[in-house]
Design a protein around this ligand. Structure first.
Ligand SMILES: Cc1cc2nc3c(=O)[nH]c(=O)nc-3n(C[C@H](O)[C@H](O)[C@H](O)COP(=O)(O)O)c2cc1C
Length: 192
């Protein structure tokens, strides 16, 4: 195996989701390189079926307010509600930058699915580029990726979908080592 191959494969293996980030934002050019890497993902039929909304600065608190105000707390004990709401308010402020990855609409359900898959590949490119830049990255979905008020604030169009919110920043901790099952446990060769 060449040194280059080994380096690329090692980078893929070593990337980890790191949620705890320092307050200091990476330089804008770093963020732009990370997002640019996303655009080199493969796609099918629809040209580059994605776009990105980069949430930074005060926009994080504004979106956090929307997150908190749309929370359904009816099942939570009344005395716990404010704490839960405050946590939700801070959702976007856990990282200096959060990139919303948006998959484009398509003419058919099959094409829409392919667009979603393409945008997921773009998201992984972004995580790998963040890792290469020495940044922390964290892909999240959850309620907020489907919350109508958040979709409206991000101007997500009809038929478009948020594939993920990618938090970016400098890591505040060393990630724990991870493991994966041996590939043989996930592989079947079909040779005839
Ligand atoms: C489609 C998708 C959605 C995810 N959503 C969340 C999420 O909402 N909250 C969360 O804590 N992690 C989320 N993750 C991150 C995973 O928890 C994480 O990738 C997984 O634990 C494997 O860890 P690793 O990325 O370090 O290999 C998501 C990952 C993917 C691929």
């Amino acid at each position: 195996m060449s040194a280059r191959t080994s380096e690329i494969l090692e980078a893929i293996r070593a990337r980890r989701s790191i949620g705890k980030m320092r307050d200091e934002a990476p330089p804008r050019e770093t963020i732009e390189r990370i997002v640019e890497a996303a655009t080199w993902a493969p796609f099918h039929k629809c040209d580059e079926p994605w776009h990105f909304v980069i949430i930074a600065g005060e926009a994080r608190a504004r979106l956090g307010e929307i997150a908190a105000s749309t929370l359904d707390l009816s099942a939570a004990p009344p005395d716990a509600r404010e704490k839960v709401r405050a946590k939700e308010r801070g959702r976007f402020a856990r990282a200096p930058v959060v990139v919303a990855v948006i998959a484009h609409a398509a003419q058919s359900p099959v094409d829409a699915e392919e667009n979603y898959a393409s945008a997921a590949a773009a998201t992984q490119n972004m995580l790998l580029a963040a890792h290469a830049e020495g940044c922390a990255g964290y892909w999240r979905t959850g309620r907020l990726a489907r919350e109508p008020a958040i979709l409206e604030a991000l101007e997500v169009g009809e038929g478009e979908r948020i594939v993920g919110f990618v938090s970016l920043g400098f890591p505040a901790l060393e990630p724990k080592a991870a493991a994966r099952q041996p590939v043989g446990a996930k592989t079947r060769w079909l040779t005839r």
